[in-house]
Design a protein around this ligand. Structure first.
Ligand code: DP6
Length: 354
């Protein structure tokens, strides 16, 4: 393959969102986490991003979301491109047309910044490799994770299929604050985890996660939170090997409720739960205790609830969801997802200018 500066190059990647079981909450330095955090990649909630790089001495970019120019996202994209350009010099010598689309609605409680920033990071690293004439080499996913992290912390965890850890911990020797790594040995039970996203309240968040992270600076429970997250990471890593669902739900729910407790006890404090979020939590706990259903929940920094259960128990769990849970959702909306296999490359083309 010949590569010179007269070529226009296009790449396209599809990258998943992810759901953290141990939460990233609070940051230090340049978007590094205060504590190790552990997530799994989703299958259906994905972003597809196509980047067309056209030689231009002026550089610059145009960003489209679902076919429309979206100024609201320009700052996030510009910020990532600025930081990336030190490592990926083609960014300064090409105009980038970035076209992005998500399979899931905005403000659904699914982290679109995780999937969109990881897809963009992969496209950028891929383009630089093509321009350097290094396309035959596999993409370095750790580099992509590090770049994605600069765009949005949780995006660092969207570069792999299955389970991922981001943030240094002595338990996993390869772990790092700079990038996420894939967790190698996971019990088959947790490779078959399902996630039903309950749209309890579709309105935009009262507080962005970036503002939320800042609430951890000088938080009265800051030190205790870091210890709790380290302990929960240790426990979760054990449980992910043994396959025990009840222990898993205990950790997931402790993390979700702690995240909300930290927000309530910060200054200013926020209550992001909707009355129906609490009703769902009660129903989940009742179903687990009284009906022995293997179901638990997680939540991010908003009112929507992520139900967690084994995909192989779906036949038993779906009727309960329909009867007890769907009526608590806004317009009865639920998005069904499950663990996925990670990013996928869609296209890669080079076109001669003339
Ligand atoms: C509650 O990654 O969205 O979802 O790094 O500022 O972009 P920025 O924040 P973001 O934070 C995610 C917070 C969370 C927990 C998690 O996903 O770990």
């Amino acid at each position: 393959m010949t590569n010179n500066k007269t070529q226009t190059i296009t790449v396209e990647w599809t990258t998943p969102s992810n759901l953290a079981i141990v939460k990233y909450w609070g940051k230090k330095d340049i978007q590094k986490p205060l504590n190790p955090n552990i997530s799994f990649s989703l299958k259906n909630a994905v972003t597809t991003t196509r980047v067309n790089a056209k030689p231009s001495t002026e550089g610059g970019f145009t960003f489209f979301l679902d076919g429309n120019k979206k100024k609201a996202f320009n700052d996030k994209v510009a910020n990532l491109l600025k930081m990336a350009s030190a490592l990926l010099p083609f960014i300064n010598t090409h105009h980038l047309t970035i076209e992005s689309s998500n399979t899931f609605p905005h403000s659904s409680g699914i982290a679109s910044s995780a999937s969109s920033m990881s897809a963009l990071a992969l496209c950028l690293i891929d383009l630089q490799q093509m321009i350097n004439d290094e396309s035959s080499q596999p993409l370095n996913l750790q580099n992509a994770s590090e770049l994605a992290r600069l765009g949005s912390g949780s995006a660092a965890r969207s570069l792999y299929g299955g389970w991922t850890i981001w943030g240094e911990t002595p338990i996993i020797s390869q772990s790092s604050d700079n990038y996420a790594v894939k967790l190698p040995t996971i019990h088959d039970n947790f490779m078959q985890i399902a996630n039903a996203i309950l749209i309890v309240e579709p309105k935009s968040k009262k507080v962005s996660s970036t503002q939320g992270h800042a609430l951890m600076n000088n938080h009265p429970y800051g030190k205790a939170r870091i210890k709790q997250a380290n302990d929960n990471s240790l426990q979760l890593l054990k449980v992910l090997k043994t396959g025990d669902w009840n222990q898993f739900f205990d950790i997931a729910e402790n993390e979700a409720l702690s995240l909300h407790a930290l927000m309530m006890s910060s200054n200013p404090g926020y209550t992001l739960l909707h009355p129906n979020s609490l009703k769902v939590i009660e129903e989940v706990r009742k179903a687990r205790l009284e009906e022995k259903l293997p179901v638990g929940f997680s939540m991010d920094a908003g009112p929507n609830v992520h139900l967690l259960y084994p995909k192989y128990m779906e036949e038993t769990i779906l009727p309960w969801i329909e009867n007890s849970i769907r009526p608590l959702c806004h317009q009865q909306e639920i998005i069904f997802d499950q663990l996925g296999n990670g990013p996928q490359k869609r296209i890669s083309t080079e076109l001669k200018k003339d």
